[in-house]
Write a protein that binds this ligand. Structure first.
Ligand code: FE2
Length: 260
């Protein structure tokens, strides 16, 4: 597995506040089968606003510590960039991408999305970046109308879903929305968004649930193959599968409910 969204890098955002805890979390991840992780600290002008070399120094320190403990898990640089007017300048200047790729993890106001969201994302696309909207299922507008996620992918925005959302950690509405995204192929990545406050089991549990509900191929696409394409900057398809629910699953399609 490859986790593309985490706040495990200590003392830079609202994630880990202790390097020992971070290393312990990395150990649990590795034990459960996570081979690579992107340390996507919040980047938010006016809130989490730091020079790139400050981030890099913390990353080097954590890498060293993890290595000293014998860990093999690969630590990639990354950011979760809050979308604001003009943010593309910071992205260019500080290279706020996932690793050295063109993929950029982005977030916005959860009670939105704001009306100028796409207007502020468009400059990233025009500059050749490949934005991934973090935890799309947690946005009020997407909860109200999940097809909005598909409209975003139609406009070349990838979608990431939190493992915890699929487990109900953010409530029933978010859980329902998250499964709608997975069932319909409107999400490309399942990631932990781990803040080192819990024991890091959500990603493993979510993977098992996806395999049980859909199939192992879908789990592998969302937890392994698509995440793996980031490091090599390979193209990930926006539309990748028509998900067929297994016959064991009781949920009726709307057609079948209409025509029996
Ligand atoms: Fe996050």
């Amino acid at each position: 597995m490859i986790d593309i969204h985490s706040h495990i890098l200590p003392n830079i955002d609202d994630g880990s506040d202790n390097i020992e805890k971070s290393v312990e979390q990395l150990r649990l991840m590795e034990a459960g089968g996570v081979r690579e992780v992107y340390l996507t600290s919040h980047y938010f002008r006016g809130h989490y606003h730091y020079p790139r070399n400050e981030y890099d120094a913390k990353l080097s320190e954590l890498r060293l510590k993890a290595e000293q403990k014998g860990l093999k898990i690969k630590l990639h640089s990354g950011f979760e960039v809050f979308i604001q007017p003009g943010i593309v300048e910071d992205i260019k200047e500080k290279n706020l991408t996932l690793g050295d790729s063109k993929y950029v993890l982005i977030e916005s106001e959860l009670n939105g999305l704001p009306t100028d969201f796409y207007q502020n994302v468009y400059p990233l696309l025009r500059a050749g970046y490949k934005p991934i909207l973090a935890h799309a299922e947690r946005y009020v507008s997407i909860m109200k109308r999940p097809t909005k996620a598909r409209e975003l992918t139609d406009r070349d925005i990838y979608i990431q879903t939190n493992a915890g959302s699929l487990l109900g950690h953010y409530g029933d509405k978010v859980r329902h929305t998250a499964w709608t995204l997975v069932d319909n192929g409107w999400t490309h990545f399942i990631a932990s968004d781990d803040h080192v406050r819990t024991n890091y089991q959500a990603l493993f549990e979510a993977g098992n649930l996806i395999e049980a509900r859909i199939d192992s191929r879908t789990r592998d696409l969302l937890c392994k193959s698509f995440p793996a394409a980031i490091a090599t900057n390979d193209r990930i398809p926006y539309s990748y599968v028509i998900v067929q629910r297994s016959h064991h699953h009781k949920h009726k399609s709307w057609l079948r409910s209409l025509f029996g």
